[in-house]
Ligand binder design. Structure first.
Ligand code: BGC
Length: 246
């Protein structure tokens, strides 16, 4: 079955038509940059443009960087605050004229990796972290993916969200060395290991393409691997989610 998957991120939205039986993209990937902090109506316009690019009418899965319960968006740490309390399925469904299913972006990435990627066939405890503008997280056991918000684990002297120290965007913005950033990430992963005892840790987000530069500083107990989908996991997982909701 073909489904449109859309991954809303901190600086762009990305989408593609996905064959949900194989997890493969069956269209080009399309990207719309969002350098400005789009409010919900503006984002709905961008989602509409995304669907129009593919002349798409049919199920759409959307990964969003916040807590999603049902189709309500409850947090928006790195996007417009007006998203808080919005019904994403209603907002984006109206804009596109298609049925929309909402899922947390990192849970979408986790679903793609557990079905078709680095966690394929693995039934043990798996932690997936996506490192981008923020830190996304989910946990899987017996292949069942649960969205998490570990990027907001209190960190540093002031107990701010850990993502303010270990997101990939922090390394870029502060121009940190791989060693310095990777070391902080290693400490954070160490704490998560104490709490969750994963057997497998999958690191996703664009920076996972550079995993050879920083995995050596993490030193986890669990097996550590990069995501196989790199930056497409969110698109594929969102499409899977929409296909399962039918
Ligand atoms: C959000 C998460 C999201 C992550 C990655 C965090 O700030 O709270 O819901 O998964 O960023 O986008």
């Amino acid at each position: 079955m073909k489904t449109l998957g859309i991954d809303i991120g901190g600086s762009a939205l990305k989408g593609a038509v996905v064959d949900t039986a194989t997890g493969k993209l069956v269209s080009e990937r399309f990207r719309i940059d969002t350098p400005d902090n789009l409010n919900p109506d503006e984002m709905a316009g961008a989602v509409e443009a995304m669907a129009e690019n593919f002349s798409w009418k049919g199920p759409i899965g959307i990964g969003f960087p916040g807590v999603i319960q049902g189709s309500t968006i409850w947090t928006s740490a790195n996007l417009h605050k007006k998203f808080i309390g919005c019904d994403g399925a209603a907002l984006f469904g109206k804009a596109t004229g298609s049925p929309v299913a909402m899922i947390n972006d990192a849970a979408a990435a986790g679903a793609a990796e557990m079905h078709f990627g680095a966690g394929r066939g693995f039934m043990g405890k798996t932690l997936l972290l996506t490192l981008g503008t923020g830190v996304g997280s989910c946990f899987a056991f017996q292949g069942i993916v649960t969205p998490m918000e570990l990027g907001h684990f209190p960190w540093g002297k002031q107990g701010k969200s850990a993502e303010r120290y270990v997101a990939a965007s922090v390394r870029e913005r502060k121009d940190l060395s791989w060693k310095k950033w990777g070391g902080a990430l290693g400490e954070y992963v160490g704490v998560l290991e104490k709490l969750l005892w994963p057997e497998l840790i999958i690191i996703g987000g664009g920076v996972s393409a550079d995993h050879e530069k920083f995995f050596k500083f993490i030193k986890p107990r669990a097996k550590l691997v990069p995501a196989e989908f790199f930056n497409n996991a969110g698109i594929v997982g969102a499409a899977l989610w929409a296909a399962e909701r039918k």
